[in-house]
Design a protein around this ligand. Structure first.
Ligand SMILES: [Zn+2]
Ligand SMILES: [Zn+2]
Length: 205
């Protein structure tokens, strides 16, 4: 593949978080009925699947890639290389502060999720998910949210209010909320200023 040499990358093949053999394609077909073929994405370095039902209907397409979001598969900046789709962790500046996970392919950053984790109180807050406009609707946001949740497995999750941005609302409505959209920070998270002052009052609006 010449993909690794390209300066600017796209999510040509859509992605979904997960491992193992999928039960349904992203477009809703039951793969036990419609049939599925497994391959390998040289671009993402991840398993690639083809839904035979989708493919037969359109004569093309029906292909997606499954990204393993397990914590062990996420890398720090020092572990980043030129190959494959990477979940890159930028740790928070202070304990329980806001850390970042970026989704990258080569030098291209498709988007990022911001989160706060307090291992003492086992509280997790999803602060923000952002996917660059031209890379939206390819599954990047879903992969990022899943990657964030893996880092806070068995934590009590809440999220900042999603506001009225129609893109953010549509995304949350599609992917599902990780927890109540009124954050319940612990004292460490309050001290780390995870919650912007204005959202503390949201529940009274
Ligand atoms: Zn399908
Ligand atoms: Zn705490």
């Amino acid at each position: 593949m010449t993909g690794a040499n390209r300066e600017w990358r796209t999510l040509e093949v859509p992605i979904r978080p997960g491992t193992g053999t999928p039960k349904r394609c992203p477009w809703g077909h039951d793969l036990a009925v419609g049939g599925v073929r497994q391959g390998w994405s040289q671009d993402y370095w991840a398993p690639e699947w083809l839904c035979e039902a989708c493919h037969a209907l359109a004569g093309k397409g029906g292909v997606w890639s499954m990204i393993d979001t397990a914590v062990e598969r996420q890398v720090m900046e020092t572990g980043v290389d030129e190959y494959g789709l990477r979940q890159v962790v930028l740790p928070p500046p202070v304990s329980a502060g806001i850390g970042v996970i970026q989704l990258r392919l080569g030098h291209t950053v498709f988007g990022e999720v911001r989160l706060s984790l307090c291992p003492v109180d086992r509280r997790a807050i999803l602060c923000h998910v952002e996917v660059e406009e031209k890379h939206r609707r390819r599954g990047a946001g879903r992969v990022l949210v899943k990657a964030a949740m893996e880092r806070g497995a068995k934590f009590e999750w809440s999220m900042l209010p999603i506001g009225r941005d129609p893109v953010a609302v549509a995304f949350c409505a599609r992917v599902g909320a990780v927890g109540p959209a009124s954050p319940c920070p612990c004292t460490h998270q309050v001290n780390a200023k995870v919650i912007p002052a204005e959202s503390r009052w949201t529940k009274w609006w």
